[in-house]
Design a protein around this ligand. Structure first.
Ligand SMILES: *Cc1c(COP(=O)(O)O)cnc(C)c1O
Length: 397
């Protein structure tokens, strides 16, 4: 058998590897606590399931959907977007349905990156940005996210010659894996930078609705002139506990939308119309239902932060958005993989090692708050018992 070089140039997908290790431990009879993949454990909201139930019996949903999304879906999308962010989009030309944002991120990179082209990518980051760039033969130029910069790329550090040849810059806030948020000032600066060098801005806003303590994440389109040069990916996966349904949308500049649409129409055939009807119901979800869901995550955050602080982790400010905690590994471990292995072997806890998100993720690990409070407490207790604490002396406290 002969495979394409591009396939062999890719590392296995992070969570595919983690799943294997988890499986092996489970087979040994270990009671696993998984702080691994960011997949909500709560069910999809009942009114969405109901809408789907009704839609599936409507036989007009059974044939191929329109490529760009049904008119009803796109109109509901732009209406939701305007209510939420105060920005208007043309449902015909500036909006697309997506089979989840993951495929669209890949297809957008495919639409913008030729062999040898430069993509400005964050690190640590959602692994798809870099793998897709590599699959397309592109050259990633890393804009490191560091604690010192509040996990925002420092645009002033990008060399002029790199900026001049870059086709795209990718950002994603509220951020996976760091839980960081971006202020509107950052987006203003980013759009000015992108316009200066004519770089397409791709914003991955999968966590826009997962906010706490009154925090509402902005869209990049709240920045001045963003529509001239940007596209934003949104997903229903995290907001409405719909990861398995595969539905999201993109809004943005007409030409960028068109490029994405050109690639997509040649590759996929759209989102099942019944799911689009369910998505319309999702857009109409009363605010308090989303809030209640976010409160569950917030309570877990508070339990985890309290416990981890007791174990010696210094957490200045609990996250305001996403369901991720991004923490340094204890100083007595050399690598994040070593720490992740110890967590699994000693405590039966799955945590993704930071280096799975890029080289700047080395020295960190991520906790996904997608298990209930009791299990978080149990996890913390196991860590304490096994001495997997940030500072050794914390055990005795
Ligand atoms: C979950 C996630 C996505 C993908 O979500 P879909 O289910 O494909 O819509 C995209 N970006 C980030 C940062 C994510 O965490």
């Amino acid at each position: 058998m002969k495979f394409a070089k591009r396939t062999e140039s890719l590392p296995p997908y992070l969570f595919a590897e983690i799943d294997k290790k988890k499986q092996a431990a489970a087979e040994r009879g270990v009671d696993i606590i998984s702080f691994g993949i960011g997949d909500p454990d709560q069910p999809t909201f009942p009114h969405i399931v109901e809408a789907m139930n009704k839609a599936i019996h409507d036989t007009s949903t059974h044939n191929y959907p329109p490529y760009q999304g049904t008119k009803e879906f796109r109109q509901a999308t732009v209406k939701w977007f305007e209510n939420r962010f105060g920005q208007k989009f043309d449902a015909e030309k500036e909006c697309l349905s997506l089979i989840g944002s993951k495929e669209a991120i890949h297809n957008m990179i495919f639409a913008t990156i030729d062999q040898g082209d430069t993509a400005l990518l964050p690190d640590p980051a959602y692994p798809v940005y870099k793998s897709s760039t590599i699959l397309c033969g592109g050259v990633p130029y890393i804009t490191p996210l560091t604690e010192k910069n509040n996990w925002l790329p420092d645009l002033t550090k990008i060399p002029t010659d790199i900026a001049q040849k870059a086709n795209i810059i990718m950002v994603g806030y509220p951020n996976n894996p760091t839980g960081a948020i971006a202020p509107i000032e950052f987006y203003n600066e980013l759009i000015a930078f992108a316009k200066k060098y004519d770089i397409i801005v791709l914003s991955d806003n999968a966590y826009s609705e997962i906010g706490f303590d009154g925090y509402n994440a902005p869209s990049i389109f709240e920045a001045k002139g963003a529509k001239d040069i940007a596209l934003e990916f949104h997903s229903l996966s995290k907001t409405y506990n719909m990861t398995g349904w595969r539905v999201g949308f993109a809004v943005g500049n007409e030409r960028i939308i068109k490029a994405l649409s050109t690639v997509k129409t040649n590759i996929d055939s759209g989102v099942f119309k019944a799911i689009q009807k369910a998505a319309v119901a999702a857009f109409e979800t009363p605010k308090d239902i989303v809030e209640k869901n976010n409160n569950i995550i917030k309570e877990r955050r508070d339990v985890a932060v309290k416990g981890l602080r007791e174990l010696g982790w210094e957490i200045k400010e609990p996250i305001k958005a996403t369901f991720y905690l991004w923490l340094p590994i204890p100083p007595n471990f050399k690598t994040s993989s070593e720490f992740a292995s110890a967590m699994l072997d000693k405590c039966g806890i799955v945590v993704p090692p930071g280096n799975g998100y890029g080289e700047y993720g080395e020295g960190y690990f991520r906790i996904a708050l997608t298990v209930d409070k009791k299990r978080i407490e149990e996890g913390i207790a196991r860590m304490k018992k096994e001495g997997l604490t940030f500072k050794a002396q914390a055990c005795t406290v």
